[in-house]
Design a protein around this ligand. Sequence first.
Ligand code: HEC
Ligand code: HEC
Length: 456
Amino acid sequence: MQRISRLAVPITIVTLVFLVYACATNLPRGVESNPAALAQRAPERSFEHRSDAHAKDMLKDGKQIFRYDTFGSEDFWGGKLRLHDAIAGAAHGGVGPGLTARQALQLGLKVELGALPRILVEAVKGRSVDLGKVDTTLELLRANAVVGVTGFFDASTKRMTAIGIQCALCHSTVDDSLMNGIGRRLDGWPNRDLDIGKIVASAPTLKPFADLLGVDEGTVRGVLTSWGPGRYDAELGHDGKASRPDGKPTTTVMPAAFGLAGVSLHTYAGWGSVTHWNAYVANTQMHGKGTFYDPRLNDPQRFPLAVKSGAWNKRDTPDLITPKLAALHFYQLSLPAPEPPKGSFDAGAAARGKTVFEGKAKCARCHVPPLYTEPGWPMHSAAEMGIDDFHARRSPDQKFYRTTPLKGLFVREKGGFYHDGRFEDLSQVVAHYTRILNLSLNDGEKADLIQFLKSL
Ligand code: HEC
Ligand code: HEC
């Protein structure tokens, strides 16, 4: 007994020394650790808390940027094109008759209900607001209620001095909850009502475009007014192509900016990632101030105007775009595809159509559920798609179309399907695939397939 207690002290000491040694050396040995990760060790869980908080901040900042950031584009739309002068009209220090609120809504501009002062909402409801007046347009701009457009006003003269644009201009719409064109924001929904060509064409001068394209202003105006609602050409300023071989406009329909998480390549012809395209658009289309580098455009044969303008390697100071790209990217990927309204499709037929989509019709080979595009490299040649290669050839890769993710397809019914809206409705889409994929679907299967597409 005495012997055991005499031994107990040294045994305890040895055990303790061993334990301390084991902790200090982080046994088991032979396991590698990154010193940077070790530096995050204390206090406990601090990095996880930081990343959760970071995600929340990114979402908040990204939403703000997507909706309200002009990236300094007012120096172009206001300073160079003087678009604000055409909106304000001669009576308010601008030129011409000005743009009434009704005309603005008819051009597809949207008004955010939440931004309207209460008194204005009551006045709109009571029909005491005159939509036929330019003053109303200016009042809406002062309230920062026009989606995707910011008016800049001089504090003392109260006159509009410039106008800048945002991503939301083309990639958001409203739910018309107050009246046609006025409602709650729907971010990521393509604005298929917006006649951006006509809006830009109304600017008092189009000289910057005319100089770049090497044509007169009348020609530029003619091209812009030929586009029509829900359409835009994001490549004209680089390749100078204003009409297709078939004489139709070179525009694409506005795509969805929702449901893009998990999709590996973006734009109809797969120019790159979401953030590549965001930098491209903010710098080269919205004419914001920033940095953009894409040496694929430094090709005098294919992109003579990008070479002429230097748009392939743009370096503005200050850079108002690059610091915002991360949050902007994050916000876009957070936007879910909307669910089609109940009753907008026949659920029984859609369930049968799913089997057709995934089986006999071979759609799921490319539109892999639940992303409805291919994980990996979702690109297909024009020949494979059974269509012309005009638009595919305008992209740096020259020959592909990207498998469009199909969730929220119902939102894109207006304006047509495929990059240029060539198919007016889903029955035309299904007829096209029946031909090019050599499908043998009976009328019932085709109808079910259409109901399934409407249910996505
Ligand atoms: C003048 C209208 C307009 C504005 C403003 C605009 N876009 Fe776009 N956006 C388009 C069009 C048109 C396309 C399709 C281009 C193509 O595929 O050739 C597009 C494509 C996209 C895509 C690819 C979608 C897909 O299916 O992969 C994303 C993402 C996007 N835009 C985000 C933005 C962001 C972010 C901004 C602001 C920095 C912005 N856009 C500003 C019209 C616009
Ligand atoms: C070989 C790959 C492939 C197969 C198979 C395929 N698709 Fe597509 N799908 C694409 C590509 C690529 C596009 C984009 C074409 C464009 O924009 O010009 C597309 C576009 C679409 C669109 C238009 C989306 C939009 O917003 O404009 C619909 C709808 C569609 N596919 C449905 C189907 C159905 C239904 C089937 C089966 C019958 C099918 N697809 C089979 C690759 C495929």
